[in-house]
Design a protein around this ligand. Structure first.
Ligand SMILES: *Cc1c(COP(=O)(O)O)cnc(C)c1O
Length: 357
């Protein structure tokens, strides 16, 4: 850790008293527990500086910061896992670094060098390594984010920013198989917009539609294209995949779809197993026909927080379709295990996905 911290010249202030002993590791709902420390960097005069790790806590900010008024803010999400040999593996952090810069570019925010992104996370995770839970399907969730800090109310790109990293121990995001609704009036993203960015504003706009779906008895919704609501795009804040006729089919990425790291890993594993993969547009009609004919045998969401989330039921208008029993699904259960085996360091990391700390 020292070498990493030295490379970036990170000033480390350790907490006077760890909160670890008071934290109930048998109850870790997603995103509610934070580790002892956080990382902060400032962007000023065209460069990133003031790299610090300090105790997790409040940061003083002006109420005029432009992130609060005009939404110049994005985030990332990735995880660290404890391996049997005591080492820590962070799953594909350079992929998140690359995507962070795509989000930054679209939102007129500054580029963050990939090494700052990865090394800040590595230093933080190393310091708070005792916070990584070891029970099944648990990990340390890592939340890097950037936001605009100019205290000025004109609508224009900020000239100052903060990049912050928080971490926290977490269990699975979804604890059950999902009942989902195909959304055909609200939209998450449109052509020319910024659905491909992990922009904070994308999630604000999804809350009302998701709440409506919950009121109707669903767990989540399947987003469709904004123009016709005829093509499937994503599952809540996860990518969506289907097995139809023995082929793995997922919407091709475009500016309305977030390019998931988990999506990429699942497609890579499927390819390596010789399973036919199709990245293309997939219509709602094709999904419904597939369920009715029995050709659609699996439907699931893939994401860092969601891991692999089986879809058990799909609602469209007034109809509810029941899919095959998730317990018996061949591909999604196989890929869930294969991904976990790599992340938890139980098998050789043949794709070089684990960044070892
Ligand atoms: C984060 C996210 C995903 C999943 O991406 P991962 O890199 O696999 O975590 C998919 N869709 C949306 C909208 C997301 O926000």
């Amino acid at each position: 850790m020292n070498t990493v911290a030295e490379a970036l010249d990170i000033k480390i202030t350790k907490t006077a008293e760890s909160r670890l002993a008071q934290t109930d590791f048998s109850n870790l709902p997603f995103g509610k527990q934070f580790s002892d420390h956080m990382f902060i960097a400032d962007y000023e005069n065209g460069e990133w500086k003031n790299f610090k790790i300090l105790p997790y806590g409040e940061i003083p900010l002006s109420p005029a910061i432009s992130a609060l008024h005009y939404g110049q803010a994005f985030f990332e999400g990735l995880k660290a896992y404890k391996h049997p040999d005591g080492k820590i593996g962070i799953f594909r952090p350079y992929k998140n670094a690359e995507r962070a810069n795509k989000s930054a570019e679209r939102l007129s925010m500054p580029e963050l060098p990939e090494e700052i992104f990865v090394q800040s996370i590595a230093a933080l995770v190393s310091l708070d390594r005792d916070w990584i839970p070891t029970q099944d399907n648990h990990s340390l969730y890592i939340r890097p984010f950037m936001f605009a800090t100019d205290a000025a109310l004109g609508v224009q790109p900020s000239s100052t920013y903060k990049f912050v990293v928080l971490t926290g121990p977490t269990g699975p995001y979804f604890s059950k198989n999902l009942k989902v609704k195909i959304e055909n009036s609200f939209s998450r993203a449109s052509e020319g917009g910024f659905g491909f960015a992990k922009a904070a504003g994308n999630y604000a706009g999804s809350l009302l539609p998701a709440r409506e779906a919950v009121k109707e008895g669903y767990d989540q919704l399947i987003w469709t294209d904004a123009k016709e609501h005829a093509y499937v795009e994503e599952l809540g804040a996860a990518n969506i995949m289907f097995i139809i006729d023995g082929k793995l089919i997922t919407p091709s990425t475009r500016d309305t779809i977030l390019k998931g790291v988990t999506r990429d890993a699942v497609l890579t594993l499927a390819n390596s197993w010789g399973i036919p993969v199709e990245e293309r547009r997939i219509s709602v009609a094709e999904v419904i026909e597939g369920i009715e004919s029995g050709k659609l045998t699996e439907a699931f969401g893939v994401g860092t927080a969601a891991t692999i989330a089986h879809i058990a039921e799909i609602g469209l208008d007034d109809k509810l379709y029941t899919l095959s029993d998730p317990a018996g699904r061949e591909f999604s259960n196989r890929v869930f295990k294969a991904l976990n085996d790599i992340r938890y360091g139980l098998v050789p990391d043949e794709f070089g996905w684990n960044y070892i700390v």
